[in-house]
Ligand binder design. Sequence first.
Ligand SMILES: Cc1ncc(COP(=O)(O)O)c(C=O)c1O
Length: 389
Amino acid sequence: MKEDTLLVHAGRDPERNHGIVNPPLYRASTILYPTLAEFANRAARKYTGFSYGIHGTPTTFALAEALAGLSGGHRALVTSSGLSAISLALTAFLRQGDHVLVADTVYGPTRAFCRQVLSRFGVETTFYDPTIGGRIAGLIRANTRVVYVESPGSQTFEVQDVPAIAQATHARGALVMMDNTWATPLYFRAFDHGVDVEIQAGTKYIAGHSDLLLGVIVAKDEPTFRTLKDGTAAFGDCVAPDVCALALRGLRTLHIRLRHHERSALTIARWLQRRPEVQRVIHPALPEDPGHALWRRDFRGACGLFGVILKTASLPAVAALVDGLRWFKIGASWGGFESLVTNPDPRDNRSATPWAETGTLLRLNIGLEAVEDLTADLEEGFARLNAAL
Ligand SMILES: Cc1ncc(COP(=O)(O)O)c(C=O)c1O
């Protein structure tokens, strides 16, 4: 079955549901048991059955099944946000005295979780240069349990050599976790590249409509899934049925939206490359990008999120550009149908790989508007920028 077909059909079974196309939406806390003996044995339902609302309903299971199928993984867990998926997955595998290697360019709150929370529980984090590839072997210690990858990196889009990292990591008995939100499983097949635990902020492209928060953790096999389930159940994190139903709705059109985002973003990236105000466009699908060769080798496509470095460092001039934009709105998150812009400062978030660029970095999330409108908006923005310089 091709992925487009899988996206349309996964996680639903109209024949078992009166012919109704979408899975029913179950609201549940209490789940009833026919006998005291079955109630006493409820732990037996832990991995596959229904025991209490927090541990899943047919609605959560439908979403998890569809997401595991999409990733080509074994089974999935859904969580209340992308960040909770990250913190729960790390916590499930790490113990006091362990060491974790984390890419220096990870999503800022992932870094904060390692530094502020894991450290309190006796887990040491080393942030590594995301371009390290197989040389990561030199950083792996006897107590390194997890190597955490995010590719491309947050804000600065460094592409990681995931197969080389996975090979070195597995040779030392540790496991590879990856935040695969940027590419989604459609454009990066994490499990084919040696990843053991795939994480996604379903909030972004899976949801696709900026109206929900969702995390996804996919395990490569049953033992990995059970470690995740055991480790996460204690936290009481769960996803409401309405959110699952909305996420399933988003999932059905992921492939269509992503192709559109990809095409528009590349068109705008190339347009920006030709602008005299621009120092560099950071987009792994551009041949000039330092991560392009790896991206071409390992990825099947690109999403709508990329960076552009403006030559000017003048905040008032950049504000004149950004504040007056009509279609690009200022806001966190990405992956929705609408275009967004922010001005992250990578210096806030790096230790192993200092940010040496001059100018101003803008992060663009290209939505589903017409490219002509978006470039016209930016063109007027550049006129305001130049007038303010
Ligand atoms: C790469 C990446 N991973 C994870 C997250 C966290 O997702 P959420 O906002 O659902 O917590 C984000 C959010 O921006 C992100 O950019």
